[in-house]
Every structure is written in C-alpha cells, then in structure tokens.
Write a protein that binds this ligand. Sequence first.
Ligand SMILES: NC(=O)c1ccc[n+]([C@@H]2O[C@H](COP(=O)([O-])OP(=O)(O)OC[C@H]3O[C@@H](n4cnc5c(N)ncnc54)[C@H](O)[C@@H]3O)[C@@H](O)[C@H]2O)c1
Length: 450
Amino acid sequence: MGWSQRFASLDSNADMTIGVIGLGYVGLPTAIGFHDAGFTVWGVDVSQRTVDTVKAGKNPTGDPDVDDIVPQPASERWHITTSTAEAVPQCDIVLVTVPTPITHDLKPDLSYVKAAGKAVFESIPRGSNTIVVLESTVYPGVTAQTWLPLIEDLGLEIGVDVEIAYCPERFNPGDAAHGVRSVARVVGCSNPEVGDALVQLYSQLTSEDVRYVGKLEVAEAAKVIENVQRDINIALVNELARIFPAMDVDVEDVLSAAATKWNFHRYTPGVGVGGHCIPVDPYYMIQRASDVGVPAGLITAARAVNRSMPNHVAQVLVDILWKAGLSAESTKVLFLGWSYKAEVGDPRETPAEPLAEALHQRGIAVSVYDPHIDPETFPASIEVVEDLTMAKNHDLAVLVTAHKACVDLDWEALGQQMNAPRVYDGRRVLDLDGLQKLGWQCFAVGRPLS
Ligand SMILES: NC(=O)c1ccc[n+]([C@@H]2O[C@H](COP(=O)([O-])OP(=O)(O)OC[C@H]3O[C@@H](n4cnc5c(N)ncnc54)[C@H](O)[C@@H]3O)[C@@H](O)[C@H]2O)c1
C-alpha cells in the first residue's frame, strides 16, 4: 500500500505511530504535539536523565512553554525510551531532531545526525517503507550525503524498506505564538507521494501552511538561509551600534528615524547573538559554499561582527569603569541575565559567556543573576546571585538578557545596594530616562558614552 492510501485508510490517528529521536527543545514539543493530535508516539533520547524526567511528566528543557503539557505516563499512546532499537520497529514515521552543533574550528558537526540515522536505519523492519524525516538544521545536501551511504551499507532499499525526507523545525522556544503548533512547515523529498503524505501528517500538528517544496536540498537550504538572513540583519545593526557612538549619535535615534520609511526593517543591537541556531547555522552555509567553490563573504563577515560583539561590549564596560576612576582589578560587575534569550533558561552559545570571559581577562569579577538558569550550570568562575536583594557592592549592572525578572526589577533597591548606581543596557529595552530620574547613571549598546 502506498503512503497516500495508508493515510486515507486510517480509522484514527492513534493507528499511526510517530517516532521522535532526540527529546530536546525541538523533539519534546514535537512529540507532545503529535500525541495531542491523537497519534501514538515513541520518543527516544540517549540521555537517561532526559528519559526519566519526561517519563515523570516533567520538562527537561528550559522552554517554559513545555511546562505542564508533558503527557503523563498514563497515556497509552505515549512511550519514552533510551532505545532506538525498541522504538523504531513500532513506528510508521520517524522524525530525527538531534543536535547539529559546530566544532571548535567552526565546522559543521554532523556526528549526531550520522549516529542517530545509523541507529534508526539498523532498526527498520524490511519491507516497512518507514519514512525517516530529518528535522535538524543542516546545510543543503546533508540528508542525502550522510544517510544514503548508511542505507546502502545496510542493504536497505529506498521505496521498499525506507524513505527519507527533510522537514526543518522553525519554532521559537519561549515564544508561545510561534510554537510547534503554529509555524509553517516545508517538506523536501525526492518522492512527491511521500512529500504529500508528510504534508498531511504535519498539517495535523500545525495550524499554519505546510508545503511540499520538492527535493530535499530546497527544504534544507530554506531553513539555513532563514537563520543566515537574521544573522546578517543583526550584524548590520550591531555594526551600526559601534559606528554611531563614535560620531556622538545614539543608534536607536537613527533607527527610529529610519523606521519612518515604509520599507525599513528595524533590528535591535545587543551584546551578541546566542542559541543553538543563529550563531551556528551560518557556518553550515559557509561550509557548503566553500565545498562548491563559491565564497560566502557576506555571511562570513556578518558572523565575524556578531561574534566580536561580546569583546567590543567588554571594552566599552572597561571604558565606563575607567572613566568612573575605577581600576579593572578592584571592580565587580553584575550581569542581569545569562541565557541567550529572554524568558528561556537556555545558556547555549550565550554571548554572556564570552563577555564574562573578556571581563575576567581584564581582572574584573562577574556575578550573575538569572532566575531561569539552573545555578549548577554556570561556569565555576561566576559568582551566582540567586536572590537579587543579596547582590551587594557592584560597580556596574549590565542587562545581558531581557528577562522580565531582569527588566522589571526593583531598580531603586538595587541602586542602593550598588557601590554606585551605574547600568549598561545591553539589549536596549530599559527605560533609561526613568532610571536616570532614580539616580542611575545610564549607558547602553549603541549609545555614546558621554
Ligand atoms: N532549539 C531551537 O530553538 C531550534 C529551533 C529550530 C531548529 N532547531 C534545530 O533542531 C535540532 C535540535 O535542536 P534542539 O535545540 O532540540 O537540541 P537539544 O540539544 O535540545 O536536543 C537534542 C536531543 O537529542 C538527544 N540525542 C542526541 N543524539 C541522539 C541519538 N543518537 N538518539 C536519540 N537522542 C539523541 C540529546 O540527548 C538531546 O536531548 C538542531 O539541529 C537545531 O539546530 C532548534
């Protein structure tokens, strides 16, 4: 029976079993979404801790949107295991949502995609024609280049034992309006019938458009360039935030003026770009461009600008302290926020870490208040402030992450606890005029120091 007939003949979604390999920020809400849509779900993670946490109905990720919605073990359609070999033979469709990080020399690390693919293909029953979909972010060509040799080595036949497809995840952790149930999806697959079947499947997960876009590489490329575009736009505004203060002009004033034009797209400068996507994915595109012999100069330059922001900001902070007559060695800076984005407890690739390192190298001590981050996960060199009323004798507060808890805090009280009330807004979200009235001396990314 072909895939269209298999879908058409379903009495209920529970008769179709979806496997999800990797229960992290992407995989867990995806598994929950398909379970809620009535499908039978097998979730697999290599981490015993993750599996135990999910089995207990708890959220192992830092995404608050997943809190309280993790299915309880009581559901008959909800199976969680560390064993791919146990799960895959039960599944009609397997979604792979494993990490795609970069190596220390900024090259794509495809080891998770290879290992997960190998474990899945080794467990596929012959003749089942199981669809295996890669959802992780990759450069165009990865799904075929990494998985087809594994399939061949195992003697599996495409169209008989297995089908492969690519459907990138685009949701935004911590942003309920753009969760897995409310983002448009694109499906790439060399077999249009399988592509159409996946359009039917994902249409049951998300309320937004789901589209078959043709071959694997189109869907792979679409995802990676979405994040490349964001990195470039952010790099431009970050570069402007370095240029304009040197002319005694506040970049935010320039952006507000420019935004009166109908086609100007406004971005906000910051201390740097973090997370598992934007500071990582452009390296995937740079690698692929290099493989095909085309320079990716603009993408490379944008990465360099965003990567250097923490160092740039560290130098500005040192200037602020120096102008206040303080020597770096005897000063203490308080970071408000550590995770890479607001309201999410995710420290991956956070610019807070290189910023803290750059300050440490200059002899400056750093304390951090971030109620979203598990205190155990901070680097050893950081003094963790769990209760802001205990944050005493700092010379400068730096808003690193625009968590509500860091923006809407008791500024009057904090000002009294500081050696002197000085704040640097690293996200351009604070009411600097209001803070000035409370006696704070205010600085900000993209704002002249004087
Ligand atoms: N986090 C996001 O906002 C986001 C958004 C869109 C796309 N993505 C992409 O989705 C992919 C996954 O990202 P994430 O943030 O969910 O990562 P994550 O690190 O939160 O989760 C990945 C999970 O996979 C597990 N894992 C690793 N190898 C495995 C294997 N062989 N078998 C089973 N489990 C395995 C890990 O233990 C981990 O729990 C990445 O490619 C990322 O770029 C992420």
